[in-house]
Design a protein around this ligand. Structure first.
Ligand SMILES: NC(=O)c1ccc[n+]([C@@H]2O[C@H](COP(=O)([O-])OP(=O)(O)OC[C@H]3O[C@@H](n4cnc5c(N)ncnc54)[C@H](O)[C@@H]3O)[C@@H](O)[C@H]2O)c1
Length: 264
């Protein structure tokens, strides 16, 4: 059994990840960590019945990790918190799956240094669904052939999402930009805003939309739209638990979800 801990255990993704851990047959939930509901049984809290796993306080994550000794920690929290959780876990030689989004370049650098310096493995991805990982590959293929087309990325999420644009949209822009040798980004358009060769990125927030991403390649007299829509958070949670099983058995390093899925 892979001893698995979850930070952000009480959140939307945390609850689903725990459900997937319980169903997996090869993971054991050894610690549920959050900043709320400390001491309450996570199973009762999330409606799975008593699990005898009380919520551990994220403010003392070192004690929680020292006591539960996980092989891997899955983090779906918020960027500032995630960086601290990753650094502390790496110090405790715990492998990582990081699904949190909204990191700055500097925060990425801090996490990557901690992972490398402590010789652990990590899968870091702004999207753990199989579909989005295939979608990113399709964008690369389209960009190779449509270099002179205008590119616009439109994403839509629920009204509780804190960061914008989504990590998935940012990664889509990075993939297209890299394929085309470097592009400027324009976030939204307002006032006098003539179009150049930039990538336009647009975020929509409303209701309970789980996550939609559309990339528009528009040329003279035609356009292609490549679109992914998540119907349920289960697509991400299942992928994250699969990544946790995978990362526990690979050599130290930083990986992407496409490594887990073996998508080249
Ligand atoms: N990579 C993916 O596939 C994917 C998919 C969905 C969401 N996300 C990202 O996952 C993150 C969480 O999303 P959510 O919808 O579950 O949010 P949420 O607000 O429902 O849950 C976040 C949880 O983290 C907890 N938390 C805050 N600070 C903490 C800390 N220091 N340590 C431990 N827990 C802490 C909060 O109390 C909350 O319970 C966001 O960044 C979101 O963009 C990623």
């Amino acid at each position: 059994m892979i001893k698995t801990a979850v930070t952000g255990a009480c959140g939307r993704m945390g609850g689903l990840i725990i459900e997937n851990i319980l169903k997996s047959g090869n993971h054991e939930l050894v610690s549920a960590i959050d900043i709320t509901n400390i001491g309450r049984d996570i199973g009762e809290l999330k409606g799975f019945g008593k699990l005898d796993v009380p919520v551990d306080d994220a403010n003392d994550i070192a004690s929680a990790l020292g006591r539960s000794k996980p092989d891997v920690l899955i983090d779906f929290t918020i960027a500032n918190a995630s960086v601290e959780n990753v650094v502390e876990s790496a110090k405790h030689k715990v492998n990582l799956v990081v699904g949190t989004t909204g990191f700055t370049q500097e925060q990425h650098h801090i996490m990557e240094s901690a992972i490398i310096d402590n010789g652990v493995s990590a899968v870091i991805s702004p999207n753990f669904s199989i579909g989005v990982n295939v979608f990113w590959g399709l964008l690369e293929e389209a960009a190779k052939r449509l270099g002179d087309f205008d590119v616009e990325i439109i994403e839509a999420h629920h009204n509780k999402k804190k960061d914008a644009p989504s990590g998935t949209a940012v990664k889509a822009a990075e993939i297209i930009s890299r394929t085309l040798g470097g592009k400027e980004y324009v976030y939204g358009r307002e006032g006098l805003a003539p179009r150049g060769m930039e990538i336009g990125i647009h975020a929509v927030r409303g209701g309970d939309i789980v996550g939609d991403h559309t990339v528009l390649f528009a040329g003279d007299g035609e356009r292609i739209e490549i679109k992914h829509q998540a119907h349920s958070r289960q697509a991400f949670a299942k992928g994250a638990v699969k990544a946790a099983g995978w990362v526990a058995g690979v050599k130290p390093g930083i990986y992407e979800m496409r490594d887990v899925l073996n998508i080249k």
